[in-house]
Design a protein around this ligand. Structure first.
Ligand code: G4P
Length: 537
């Protein structure tokens, strides 16, 4: 089969399969319980037999990758995983996002590949900085958000107070679907606002299995939970009267958020979350290409690469490109075209990857994520497609970097490894790589949104590419995009400014301080400098 042969599954089949997909990511501040919730979700769907098999977090089973030493030491998740499991008649794709603010660019890319997000809050803390930042990305992209208020098994804030915070601070109308009965720390269960039932909380051993839940009707609830039950009825009524009545359309247009209460570690409330995803979360929709046309779901196969990662498995040191299917059916082995380069690309080694586990993937449909192993030719933002004409989806915008450092090989004898490593880290988007003729090829400038990206880069340069690097930080604090490359010499003539070219071709004008930028504009009013987009930043 060649790149020109369109593999076209029966459109009816593709549409039916796409309709079963729910692809989402969890956004949260570190420690809110994202890994625990991921495990609990998978546990409910019974794809893993023991909690802890998904993420290689500290002390948990499944820690096998040595380049993740940093993750372990810090207890943060740097790598992303795509977990697929079946629940009822649906196929759930859960895309993991890194929890640390320094990797917001990475998260942004993951959020470009989902149809909805679950905002996970710690009941004792409410909205935290990283949650807010990630929520901004969802808002920017119009991604519908479900809110899950976690850790209800231990003391925390008042439910009404937490809901008010959603409307006051981020302008998102909370629409509770359940309401806690009993205060945080003294949880007796939740009121199911759709059915009017009481779902009793039966504390289970953490991680032991899907929590048994007992349903009681309102009369029994009153007898069992008396005052707490009444308070729950009153409070939820209060919220519903002030605009919190559930409306699917407002969830879909991302102006309001369904809210659930629960405890991930106790597996309580997790099933309601799964049901909500299946019943109400958006299914894959046609994606808009660079020409503004919608790529219908049943058009021939197309996908875009939203993440590239190397060294996930230390025994292989391989590179995996993650692509989200946008249309058609994917069949392993099909030869597709990379529309960025126009070159054919063979998909013999397609896999499903999550955590340390991998399995061969034979077919995939819109909404699914395919891991393409050893896809060294693929870069973040590339579009893959079958058949003709070519299709290209808009590339993923880069964040405005805030930290800059010149990288040099510590050992000059390893210049080749150095070049290869820097190129690879740039292709993966671990850091942005900037160059100029003035600095030359041997001294590229690494740019990052957060300084921890530099740590990952230096760690990988020595451990993976065998070329330790020395970084010299550059004191640039103002950055613009140079609209006309012919004006480069003007900026380069400044003592405290220079122009560097980013991998995507953007010409970045860097100034030590805002004042330097202003002085230059005063001296050269003809200079056209544009602000850089910093989505979610
Ligand atoms: P993250 O991925 O968002 O960073 O959070 P993670 O799941 O690792 O959870 C952070 C801590 O919060 C963990 O405790 C976890 O057990 C706890 N946690 C998660 N969900 C709940 C919940 O519903 N109730 C309570 N009480 N705790 C919860 P840890 O002590 O840091 O780690 P561990 O040794 O328990 O794994």
């Amino acid at each position: 089969m060649t790149a020109g042969d369109a593999v076209r599954a029966e459109p009816v089949e593709v549409l039916a399969q796409a309709g079963r997909r729910r692809s989402f990511a969890v956004i949260s501040h570190p420690d809110a319980g994202k890994s625990t919730l991921t495990e609990a979700l998978a546990l409910h769907a019974r794809v893993i037999s023991e909690a802890g098999a998904v993420h290689g977090k500290a002390g948990r089973r499944g820690v096998t990758s040595d380049w993740m030493e940093m993750e372990r030491a810090r207890g943060i998740s740097i790598t992303s995983a795509a977990l697929q499991f079946g629940y009822r008649d649906a196929v759930i794709n859960l895309l993991d996002t890194p929890g640390h603010a320094d990797f917001s660019e990475d998260t942004y890319r993951v959020l470009s590949a989902v149809d909805s997000a679950v905002m996970l809050l710690d009941a004792a803390k409410g909205l935290e900085p990283q949650t807010l930042k990630l929520f901004d990305v969802c808002r920017y992209r119009g991604i519908p958000v479900i809110t899950f208020i976690n850790k209800w098994d231990r003391p925390g804030r008042d439910a009404l107070d937490l809901c008010d915070e959603l409307s006051d601070r981020i302008g998102l109308q909370p629409m509770p679907l359940t309401w806690p009965v009993g205060t945080a720390g003294h949880l007796r269960g939740v009121l199911d606002l759709t059915e009017g039932d009481f779902i009793r909380y039966l504390p289970s051993t953490a991680g032991a299995g899907a929590a048994p839940e007992e349903r009681r009707d309102a009369r029994q609830a009153e007898a069992e939970a008396g005052g707490d039950w009444h308070r729950a009825l009153e409070e939820s009524e209060l919220l519903r009267a002030s605009g919190g009545e559930f409306a699917a359309a407002r969830f879909a247009d991302a102006t309001a958020t369904p809210v659930l209460f629960g405890s991930a570690v106790r597996n309580f409330g997790v099933r309601q979350l799964l049901d909500l995803l299946v019943d109400l979360a958006p299914r894959p929709a046609p994606r808009i290409d660079t020409g503004g046309a919608a790529r219908e779901l049943d058009a021939p196969f197309s996908a875009f690469v939203f993440k590239v990662q190397t060294g996930m498995d230390p025994s292989h040191r391989d590179q995996v490109a993650f692509a989200r299917v946008c249309s058609g059916m994917f069949e392993r082995g099909m030869v597709v075209t990379n529309s960025t380069t126009g070159r054919p690309f063979a998909t013999k080694y397609a896999q499903q990857v999550f955590g340390q586990q991998r399995s061969t993937l034979d077919t995939a449909y819109p909404g699914d994520v395919i891991g393409l192993v050893n896809a060294t030719a693929l870069r973040v933002g590339d579009t893959l497609h079958a058949g003709r004409p070519a299709v290209r989806f808009p590339g993923l915008p880069s964040f405005a970097p805030a930290h800059f450092a010149v990288a040099r090989p510590a050992d000059l004898g390893r210049a080749k490894q150095f070049r290869k490593g820097v190129e690879q880290l740039g292709a993966e988007g671990v850091v942005q790589v900037l160059r100029s003729d003035r600095r030359g090829d041997a001294a590229p400038v690494l740019a990052a949104v957060g300084p921890m990206q530099f740590e990952v880069a230096t760690h990988r340069m020595s451990s993976e590419f065998g070329s330790p690097v020395r970084l010299e930080h550059l004191p640039y604090n103002a950055i613009r995009r140079l609209a006309d490359p012919r004006q480069r010499a003007v900026v380069d003539s400044g003592r405290r400014s220079e122009v560097l070219t980013r991998d995507d071709g953007a010409e970045l004008a860097l100034f030590a301080e805002e004042i330097d930028l202003r002085l230059m504009l005063r001296g050269h009013p003809e200079l056209v400098l544009e602000p850089l987009v910093a989505e979610g930043g």
